[in-house]
Write a protein that binds this ligand. Structure first.
Ligand code: ACO
Length: 378
């Protein structure tokens, strides 16, 4: 969408960075992460392996993986200033994403790390602890001490629930984290790159990215998507409820994408992971209802916005998978952030190595040649 004098609203189609991290083909519905098709990486890698891949451009050896796991585990406990902030935030009922954004900004308080990789490890390790600790503080539950014997995904579930999760649940969350770990120049990643391109610090970039992810047009959609499925309740009500939303000018959450004009490949991967999990240990009726809602939504959107190709995006099955893992709706976007932080940092490292200050231009649409009027005469 380019207007005649070079203005591109929303920067749609503008190439603003080169990256070796992920490749999105919106017409084929393809997502490649550092050379691997998403479906393969998501299902096979641990979160730590995927993180290493993005940060170093190759898969780790066993020793390198063990070292990264140990380092991340050792960095999980939060500084007392961060915990104090979370306690105060819980008292005034701050939302989890706002609490995460505020707490992330404190992460380098008192830190002597100047090496970006060490700071990155500290941020990745602690973002999960922030989200899980804040959840427990809001519920009035005692905090759980991170378990250094557990991997990142397992420890996150443990910090939330106080119970060691089953292998199937850990695999479900691992698949989710890997699926959302990176997605080219999306809004939050772009925000992180713009910030770090000024040669400021990594914590500033991650804090800004969290703020961008919070918005309902980006990472804030899975909660409302699941609420819609619950509101519909039975498949025979899907058409009436969804049509009423469209007639009222609402957007159907979990559908449409700036880049994908076919079904988001992440929806495919997460849909399959959700099906496996619900079949093993979940409410299959809810899974079937979600499938029916998806089919109805895609059909209605096709006649609501002909030619727009509004298809299912990542958020629809994110909602179903994370709900199946027992996560409350308000943890969906923060959990997205826990996975995406590794990708944001990978983009920051890339930007720091090769990047140039991001400074586009704007087209002035205001008035010219105004005459100053003294305040008494206005
Ligand atoms: N429901 C109803 N109508 C929609 C939807 C939707 N989900 N998505 C787009 N449209 C309509 C828009 O109203 C617009 O109509 P118009 O041209 O008559 O004004 C048209 O389709 C094109 O939409 P745009 O907003 O221009 O498309 P854009 O590329 O900017 O939007 C976006 C992509 C923001 C994701 C949009 O599809 C949307 O709002 N979806 C719902 C929210 C959502 O699921 N967000 C998560 C995205 S995935 C992620 O960020 C991780």
């Amino acid at each position: 969408m380019t207007t005649n004098n070079g203005f591109t609203p929303g920067l749609e189609g503008v190439v603003a960075a080169e990256t070796a991290l992920s490749h999105v083909d919106g017409l084929k519905g393809e997502l490649i992460i550092a050379g691997f098709p998403l479906a393969e990486l998501a299902a096979k890698a641990t979160f730590e392996e995927a993180t290493y891949l993005l940060w170093h451009g190759r898969l780790p050896t066993q020793t390198e993986l063990d070292d990264l796991k140990q380092e991340l585990a050792a960095l999980r406990p939060l500084p007392s200033a961060t915990l104090n902030l979370l306690r105060e935030a819980a008292q005034v009922h701050t939302t989890p994403m706002d609490a995460l954004r505020m707490a992330a900004a404190t992460l380098d308080l008192g830190s002597s790390h100047t090496d970006p990789l060490t700071t990155g490890k500290m941020v990745v390790a602690r973002v999960g602890t922030i989200v899980a600790s804040y959840h427990r503080l809001r519920q009035g539950q005692p905090l759980i001490t991170p378990d250094a014997t557990l991997g990142h995904a397992a420890n996150y579930l443990y910090l939330l629930t106080g119970e060691r999760p089953s292998e199937a649940r850990v695999r479900g969350l691992e698949t989710y984290f890997n699926t959302v770990i990176d997605h080219s120049l999306n809004a939050s990643t772009f925000a992180a790159r713009v910030i770090v391109a000024t040669q400021t610090d990594l914590v500033s970039a991650i804090t800004g990215a969290i703020g961008a992810l919070k918005g309902p047009l980006h990472g804030g959609a899975p909660g409302p998507a699941l609420e819609t499925v619950f509101e519909i309740g039975t498949a025979d009500r899907a058409e009436a409820v969804l049509q009423a939303k469209l007639d009222a000018g609402e957007r159907l959450m979990g559908f449409g994408h700036r880049v994908y004009k076919v079904r988001d490949p992440r929806a495919e991967v997460l849909g399959a992971a959700a099906e496996k999990m619900y079949q093993a240990d979940g409410d299959m009726a809810l899974y079937e209802l979600a499938k029916a809602v998806e089919a109805t939504a895609v059909r209605l959107l096709a006649s609501h916005k002909p030619g727009r190709n509004l298809q299912t995006n990542v958020e629809f099955y994110t909602a179903l998978l994370l709900h199946g893992l027992g996560l409350d709706t308000d943890l969906f976007t923060p959990t997205f952030a826990v996975g995406r932080t590794a990708g944001w940092l990978a983009h920051c490292f890339e930007q720091m190595k090769n990047g140039r200050l991001m400074r586009p231009q704007s087209r002035y649409t205001g008035e010219m040649d105004r005459e100053w009027v003294p305040i008494a005469a206005r």
